[in-house]
Design a binder for this molecule. Sequence first.
Ligand code: G6P
Length: 595
Amino acid sequence: MCGIVGYIGNTPAGDILLKGLRRLEYRGYDSAGVAVKDSDNIAIEKKKGRIDNLDLESIITGNVGIGHTRWATHGKPSDENSHPFFDCSESLAIVHNGIIDNFVALKDELEKAGHNFSSQTDSEVIAHLVEEYYQGDLMDAVTKTVSKLEGSYAIVVMHRDHDALIFSRNQSPLVIGIGTEENLVASDVPALLDHTNEVKYLQDGDIGRITTEDVKIWNDKGLEVERETKVIKWSVEDAEKGGYEHYMLKEIHEQPKAIHDSFLGRLVEFNEVDFSKYDIDLINIISCGTSYHAGLVGKYIIEEITGIQCMLDLASEYRYSSSTEKYPFTIFISQSGETADTIGAAKEAKRRGCKTLAITNVLDSSLTREVDEVIYTQAGPEIGVAATKTFTTQLIVLYLIAIQLGLRKGKILIEQAETYRNELRRLPRRVEVLLNDVDAIQDISERVLADAGDIFFVGRNINYPVALEGALKLKEIAYIHAAGYPAGELKHGPFALLTNKTPVIAICIKDHTFEKMLGNIGEIAARESPIICVCQEEMELEKLCDEIVVIPEISPLFSPVLINVVLQLFAYYTAYNLGRSIDKPRNLAKSVTVE
Ligand code: G6P
């Protein structure tokens, strides 16, 4: 995810672009840049780091420009990899949001044709392709360029000889802002609102042009189209959150896309890590907080799909534990890649002679430099302190790793792998269905959970760690004491605490533990605790439970993804009812860089 903005009008573009980029910083913030054109030239100022690092003194004044704030996916955050990109002759500049899947082949062809590249990004191929096709008609050159691109893109192109910005989109957002004697284009509405509240949302395949006076759009069939003008009523702050009241809720709702982006291009050909290089008979997963819970779910996934034994360690404990004789293949999970305990544990694992792999959401983060291999989740930036979409995408990567290892080990055949892949393919839609009907969850949060002093979460097997994560989320943002338990363990202590004032959220999935879980629910009911059951279909559970939340049909192995979304929403709506500071809970930080 990156933020892009373009301006053309009667006012100097530099400051307008910077202001627009600040409004888009939630989309990425590892580097930033702007390009501005006067009558003869284009000047670019771009740097690694925050927007405030940009020095606009070096930018010529001009009323046409493009800007970019980056969330790195290809090429580490650096000055050279920041956008905008020039072509070889510095006649044109581009910004891009998305991923060009075929950029390696395109770059190869362009280099053979004599183009010189200055970065490791996929995006730079766009500048050189436009240069290759340009013969005086910029629109024609961009049209030919996008016909060569595979993957996702929102692009804006400017040329020193044209008073116009050319744009196009495919699977990445782009919206036009219609001003008075000025027009804008941006990844999202907040970047436009200082100028106009009249916008046109582009559709996949659209390509078009803005000048100071007008907007023209053609669809993927080359027909000129009129996209409806909408009037935005949000404030700037509302708009940054896409109309959601909190980043956390926005990020919960972004999960269908985050899941899709995390398996895109990896389902069948997963070639980021060559597992054949490693002899993997034992796996250890090390992490903290929510990432630790993802690792715990991962243990069940990996053992089921690969038959390889999997252990778990909390990073803060592993660092100071005694060394074992064995050298397990060690996986580190960290959304930020900056957690001090996890980085320390990675150094220790290396010292012990383990081969290591990191799963993280942040390109080139510190953790990635400590390990042998890295796999990135593709969740996009997560702003809310409580991890939501990053947890879900960590699970997706763990499924992908397990399928790959399962095939390698001969534990599963290609048909079984395809069944698992189909489950993954269906997940985004299933999460969407769940998110479209949250009334029951909202109601239970308000009526049952918000007043409770203690809440228990119970599950069995693969949904036991999901119970732990549900309890953690509630503690983090609602400040209610909560504990997650394997349902079979309640009788070994927690029963002493169960009363009619301690709600129990029970995860009940139709797997081999179902009958046992029914027994546990009966035991809880006998203590008169209000029981909220999260299950697949009502079955006989309605007789035993006070409240029921039904999730869409799914196989038990993939159920943690859906169940966890329900528990995220319980935490969110409970905290909401209590008026908590949801995006920035007290005493907590998004990434903990101290021991
Ligand atoms: C902090 C955050 C948690 C997160 C944990 C581990 O405590 O508040 O949400 O789960 O760090 O972070 P990591 O970036 O390593 O996943």
